[in-house]
Write a protein that binds this ligand. Sequence first.
Ligand code: EPU
Length: 445
Amino acid sequence: MSDANLNVYRIRGHRPLRGGIRAQAAKNAVTKQLVASLLTAEPCRLRDVPDITEIDVVLDMLTEIGATYDRRDDGSVDLATPRIASTAISERYSGVNRIPILLIAPLLHRAGMARVPVVGGCNIGERPIDFHVDLLRKMGAEIDEDDDGYTARADRLRGTVLALPYPSVGATENAIFAACLAEGTTVINNAAVEPEIVDTVLFLQKMGALIQIDTDRKIVIEGVEELHGAHHDPVRDRIEVASFAMASVATEGRLRIEGADQAAMITFLNILRKIGGGFEVDAGGITFFRAREALKPIHIETDVHPGFMTDWQQPMVTLLTQAHGVSVVHETVYEKRFGYTSTLNAMGANITLTNDCLGGKACRFTDRNFPHSAIVQGATALAGRQIEIPDLRAGFAYLLAALIADGETTIFGTRFIERGYVNVPERLASVGADIDVPSRQAAVA
Ligand code: EPU
């Protein structure tokens, strides 16, 4: 078996997805809740933790700090960090994901110091962490930056009034972790209020934190002396649900997603309905299907919650290649999140990028020469070919393209998909996709 085969899916298109799958818990909530568990010495339990490589990486990082964990047969993870064994996260995690910067506040609370490497994550823009460093400094941390990472010290963090320059998800989470055990009250103005953040607030509330989510995206946290262990069932992954929903609509199938949460997806469901997708909500999930034979084009702008998520954008653009007419998608969260469209064009799509803000509003990228608006001319047939995934969410966009393409598509770099989605080939095959993973067949043989 060659190395190249290790990360490959082969898909033959035009098979409608029919049946049911269960939504996994949200990667972007669970990873933060693993970090939140560090705020107490007592054991915590997270239920139904997805078996994806991103979670494994975070658990490894926490183990370096002194956490021990047990992945139970029922999918839950028990973890506890009775004492901090090391305040430094090693450089092998440099550039791997967004988590190291979120470890500073828990380490300061528990041990008064922290050393973390530079953060990474998908290459979808510059992704600076200036908001994180500023807010920790405002709360009393001394932070030295060097080429390899950040060294922080604080005897006790202090509550203060913060105003985020942009409602960053990570910076909001960082401020919450810093504020829970800080002296006094912290106000976070212009906070992000994504459902994954609210879910982490629920976990922290069970742990004893005092966090108020006010109107106008303002979060107020009264610091408490200590937090204790808690159990939590994390929110379902609305990125995964939308991705499979779009696959169902695109392939003219009918897929019920157990655990899909309507309240977290109002904006997505409206857009899906407007372009001709259909859905039925029941007590335990949502069923997705094609409501109109010819899909209609649309104008979308990505935004912070409750807007249209940037992580829904890539599979949506792929779906819009099948709509009849011109769609426009304005990406306002990341400056470089259309890189994947050249591959869709190579498969037969007609997508043009422009630096202009093609939307009702100007965004942070106006006049900054980033190709952050896309014009999608449909409907175009897609043809299967060999393609390589550049990042996690583009990965599902390519899967979707392969599912509707003529002929066979070979997708390389599928490790990106496995970072964020549980057992995708098996689950897609279970609802009718014609997909195989050559390396797994070789392993069995
Ligand atoms: N930003 C700054 N300075 C900062 C922090 C953010 O300029 O200090 C900017 C970013 O460059 C970006 C914008 O603010 O332009 C929003 O970034 P945000 O901090 O909200 O993103 P994040 O916390 O790094 C999380 C998710 C992303 C998701 C975004 C937006 C995790 C681990 N990642 O990233 O998910 O796209 O929020 O919702 O929670 C993914 O799962 O594939 C993914 C990329």
